[in-house]
Ligand binder design. Sequence first.
Ligand SMILES: O=c1ccn([C@H]2C[C@H](O)[C@@H](COP(=O)(O)O)O2)c(=O)[nH]1
Ligand SMILES: [Zn+2]
Length: 159
Amino acid sequence: MKKQNYLKWDEYFMGIALLSAERSKDPNTSVGACIVSEDNKILSLGYNGMPIGCSDDEYPWEREGDPLDTKYLYVCHAEMNAILNYTGTNMRNSKVYVTLFPCNECSKALIQKGIKEIIYMEDKYADQDSVKASKRMLDSAGVKYRMYQPIHKTITLSL
Ligand SMILES: O=c1ccn([C@H]2C[C@H](O)[C@@H](COP(=O)(O)O)O2)c(=O)[nH]1
Ligand SMILES: [Zn+2]
């Protein structure tokens, strides 16, 4: 009889998004994204981080203060990085697994790339205008979104 406790697709791809988030240097919110084709092939991965050439040690990670001294003007979002990291030609009808609900800017890019479904883990900024605007655009564009249903499975990786 086959093994029973294998990872289901959602667990597998959200697990990879979570692992990708572990690459982030953001001390407050690490975000990971995994773009997956209609036939369950991984197309691209991303996490939130500073642009190439912008040192993680020199650019700010602060959340408050002079905007020029906060991370927000510099950090590349995980979904945006996953889109930009894609080396193929077509991600239409794909889905994206993300650890945080996409902001309005990421949703614009996801819509334009033809992504049809968002599976997210956390929606902690649901009250912010950026997420309200994001959902408005996703609804208009017919992009489905659903919260990942955790199964409280623990996977230990010994590295
Ligand atoms: O769509 C999104 C929205 C946000 N992020 C990143 C950008 C920042 O690095 C963090 C949010 O930091 P807070 O301290 O929680 O404000 O998340 C993203 O990757 N994708
Ligand atoms: Zn974003």
